[in-house]
Write a protein that binds this ligand. Sequence first.
Ligand code: PMP
Length: 457
Amino acid sequence: MRQCRDDRSGLSSQGSDRSSVCTLHAMGGYRSLRERMRRSERRTPESMAQRERSRVSTKASALSRDCITGMTRVRVLGTMSEPKPRICNFNAGPAALPLAALERARDELVDFEGSGMSIMEHSHRGRAYERVHEEAKSLLAKLLGLSPDWEVLLVQGGASMAFATIPMNLLPAGRSADYVVTGTWGEKAVAEAKAVAALGGGSVRIAGTTLTNKTYVRVPAPAELSLDPNAAYLHCTSNETIHGVQYAVSDATPLAAGANASVPVIVDMSSDILARSVDTSSFSLIYAGAQKNLGPSGVTVVAIRKELVARGRTDLPTIFQFRTHAANASLYNTPPTFGIYLMRNVLSWLDAEGGVAVIEQRNCAKASLLYRAIDESGGFYTCPVEPSCRSIMNVVWRLAKPELDDAFVSEAEARGLVGLRGHRSVGGMRASLYNAVEPAWVEQLTSFMKDFSARRG
Ligand code: PMP
């Protein structure tokens, strides 16, 4: 398992790498060529200065120059400058990626599977890329536990675009859609649905909201919901990234609260997809931007039941219809190939780690360690979220003395703990504990928090 490294041996991995021999030879050859040129050159002050100016850029480009000759198979294993050690990254998204997925990308970057080019340079219609594409989709279906009556679509535009494409496809004229709002992202989904409804003749109902004192600290109790049995669909956000509010593991959506089984349940899982086991059989559409638990930004996953695809409106521009992407295996137009490739790496890492059940245990342990540090701080730190609705992915807390916020953040950064400032709309602190966040990072964070409160309390 990855630890927060404090060694600085960026290029040392070359020694153990079998296919890298020629990298060093090539560099040596290049250096000796430069040496000969230098000796034969007349050493004027101008030429010395020019040489110094170009030294850094020459050094930095030496590797890539050797790589693009195509004469030898060279893998770039590091940059000429020493890389920083891996940092404890608590960013909310884009967020930490598994080191194994990044290292695999590094190893395959210049020469993908012996093809003499990177995956980015392959045609999206070629066999090499198609294999990656299919692997990413089938890993997603496997890890989400989807039955064959689902389609996995890989689209673009982020979850924000799905806020619009979902009602565009699934909210026909004369019908109404239910939305349960537990935070900012639910609010944004409602706003987009209302805009679409205004154009398309549908309507949007708020079936429940927990907005209180301009904030959200919990999900609704079943009795608080007013669900329309004839709704076109019911939409909810399983984890609110900004407010740190999540439906409990055993109760991932309002469906458990008695939603009508004939109403399709649509879940924005952007910030907790594949973080915990969820019974997807009760859902009809799950969507997520990739940049938290799945990979880099630029890819959006829309997993949708086939019968819902078929029900979608047919009078939309082709690109916005889910059926277009379903009928073309998400290759209707050029997909974000490198993002999907990296997502493949992340998903195969998760699979090899033991899948969602294993990562869920790790995630719960990380979150409870951090919540304990908050709750046992004697009021120095407080979490505004009700205990039963606390997110295992985005832990939010405040300092009793907000004037210490800046010192907290800068001292944490000095210790290699980054990404801790809460969203600008709510302030305070937030640590995002996505799948790739190491338990050791959370241990380092909690020991820093204890130390900080002891000194500043
Ligand atoms: N939903 C949730 C729960 C999110 O956290 C986010 C982004 N942080 C979004 C939707 C919007 O995602 P995107 O930036 O991919 O459009």
